[in-house]
Design a protein around this ligand. Structure first.
Ligand code: FE2
Length: 318
């Protein structure tokens, strides 16, 4: 396993080397470490993170959740309201609404949150590939733009940004979807659907556009960050024997203990395991509404001529 501080790794993956050096700087200087408050939605097993710079109170919201009941087609805002309340009570100024990817298991609350607390909506630039695939599957028509224009900003691998005075860098980590991003902010990495808690393993790679081999390489790349890097996950499902939900771990813990990809696990073995396991998984309950809404940046499909938005279900397709 190479070390990102060695010149070989820096030469072959300068983006990862820059992320690692940003983490090391934050480990050495508490002023570069963001505060993270997480909100866990037990209906969809999703963690929404609000990360902020304590010096400037500038903040980013990552992977927000809109509560949605599939049987009634009704959206509610209890989970998102908790984020609004926290942001207002803490006096935070939201600069970003970040999505690690177009989620298939919950609807994003980003547009609803933008209306209340602001922030630029951003996602990985390869969202256009996801829009292409799902635009076809849902026969979304020409009015559905497949150019990422529903978002305010599209991140590429290695793009740098900031949350207040805390430096941040975006990493492209495809596999779960082609467009997944991880956002490394100070010493905290928000890694979306790549790794889960060490006792649970890794994200699935069988959705349209998913790729278990790409997922393995993305994960091994993340695991080249320093051991102390704080990792914040998108989901937790409680591993057998664990009673409480958990969504924070470290690179060191994942390398030592992750049941699917601890140090020493070989790529081919991972791909065989991941592919076999994915065959046993059913599709998420909310995949139909989630994908149609999230590919539109969290907006419902255009209302029809009666003023009502509809969610489609393609028969015998997924
Ligand atoms: Fe996901």
């Amino acid at each position: 396993m190479s070390d990102p501080s060695d010149p070989h790794c820096s030469a072959t993956d300068p983006v990862l080397a820059a992320a690692a050096s940003q983490v090391r700087a934050a480990v050495a200087d508490p002023g570069l470490r963001p505060v993270v408050r997480s909100f866990f939605d037990e209906e969809t097993f999703t963690a929404t993170h609000v990360v902020h710079d304590p010096a400037t109170k500038k903040a980013a919201v990552i992977d927000s959740v809109l509560n949605y009941e599939a049987s009634s087609g009704r959206a509610k805002h209890g989970s998102a309201q908790m984020v609004v309340d926290y942001v207002r009570e803490s006096g935070l100024e939201v600069e970003w609404q970040l999505e690690t990817h177009a989620h298939a298991d919950h609807l994003s609350a980003a547009p609803w949150l933008q209306d209340r607390i602001g922030g630029k909506l951003a996602i990985g630039a390869d969202i256009i590939r996801v829009q292409e695939v799902f635009g076809k599957i849902f026969n979304a028509g020409t009015e559905f733009a497949r150019d990422g224009s529903q978002f305010d900003h599209l991140f590429h691998d290695g793009d740098t940004f900031g949350v207040g005075n805390i430096p941040a860098i975006a990493l492209h980590v495809p596999g779960h979807t082609p467009a997944d991003m991880a956002f490394v902010i100070g010493d905290a990495a928000f890694i979306g659907d790549t790794l889960f808690m060490p006792d649970y393993g890794t994200a699935r790679a069988d959705f349209p556009g998913g790729d278990a081999r790409a997922l393995f390489r993305s994960i091994r790349r993340l695991l080249l960050l320093p051991d102390e890097t704080r990792l914040f996950l998108c989901h937790d499902y409680k591993a057998p024997g664990r009673d409480a939900f958990a969504w924070e771990t470290t690179v060191g813990a994942e390398r030592a203990q992750n049941v699917h990809v601890h140090d020493g696990v070989d790529e081919d073995d991972f791909v065989a395991m991941r592919s076999a396991r994915d065959k046993t998984l059913s599709l998420p309950t909310l995949i139909m509404p989630s994908v149609q809404v999230n590919m539109r940046g969290g907006h419902m499909p255009e209302p029809e001529d009666n003023g009502v938005s509809y969610i489609k279900v393609p028969v015998n397709k997924l």
